[in-house]
Design a protein around this ligand. Structure first.
Ligand SMILES: Cc1cc2nc3c(=O)[nH]c(=O)nc-3n(C[C@H](O)[C@H](O)[C@H](O)COP(=O)(O)O)c2cc1C
Length: 180
């Protein structure tokens, strides 16, 4: 009987701990997408991780002319040449502090993240939170963004992100689960 009670107590403890773990872990998938490619990946990622989906909306939308990387005077070229540019977004994320893990998605621009991603991070801080990048691109990797942002925001607990070009929902799920 004594042994039974001890086993029962131990099991209750384990189950309670598991339950609390599950309840406490809250995930956000925040993304910026100029032409919809990253958005599609973000939606799948939010679905497979049970996360809240949040779009980082620029206050002024990017037009096709703004996105012309061949024009060195286009809005995106000008912003990306200035490391201090911080394009405004519609700051309406609720309960930002309640998330333990934040995925941030973007299109790779000039081998790194668009500077609106800096604006987003600086708006909420995310100090002590786990942040993981994901991106889509024409072929460039996300390595430079991983490195630059870890150096710029050292109080965030960064986990290496990934480009998810053409990834299926099951690829995305396997990647997200592999991070735990
Ligand atoms: C201004 C600009 C710069 C870009 N720079 C790169 C780059 O350096 N490397 C790359 O592989 N793709 C680059 N691309 C392509 C985008 O990363 C790619 O098309 C992405 O999937 C678009 O995502 P979205 O539809 O979510 O905006 C660039 C696109 C734009 C508009």
């Amino acid at each position: 009987m004594k042994r039974f009670l001890i086993t029962f107590a131990a099991m209750t403890l384990v189950l309670t701990a598991c339950g609390q773990n599950k309840k406490e872990m809250k995930t956000l998938v925040a993304y910026f997408s100029a032409t919809g490619t990253t958005e599609a990946v973000a939606k799948d990622l939010a679905e497979v991780t049970g996360a809240t989906l949040y779009e980082i909306k620029p206050e002024v939308k990017y037009t096709a002319a703004d996105l012309d990387w061949r024009d060195k005077n286009s809005r995106s070229s000008v912003e990306m040449q200035d490391k201090n540019s911080r394009p405004a977004f519609v700051k309406d994320l609720k309960d930002a502090d309640s998330y333990d893990r934040i995925f941030i998605g973007f299109p790779v621009w000039w081998y790194t993240a668009p500077t609106i991603i800096n604006t987003f991070i600086e708006a909420y801080g995310f100090e002590g939170k786990t942040v993981i990048f994901f991106a889509t691109s024409g072929g460039s990797t996300i390595d430079k963004a991983n490195k630059d942002f870890a150096a710029a925001y050292p109080k965030i607990n960064w986990k290496a992100g990934k480009t998810l070009n053409g990834a299926s929902k099951s690829d995305i799920k396997a990647w997200a689960e592999g991070l735990k």
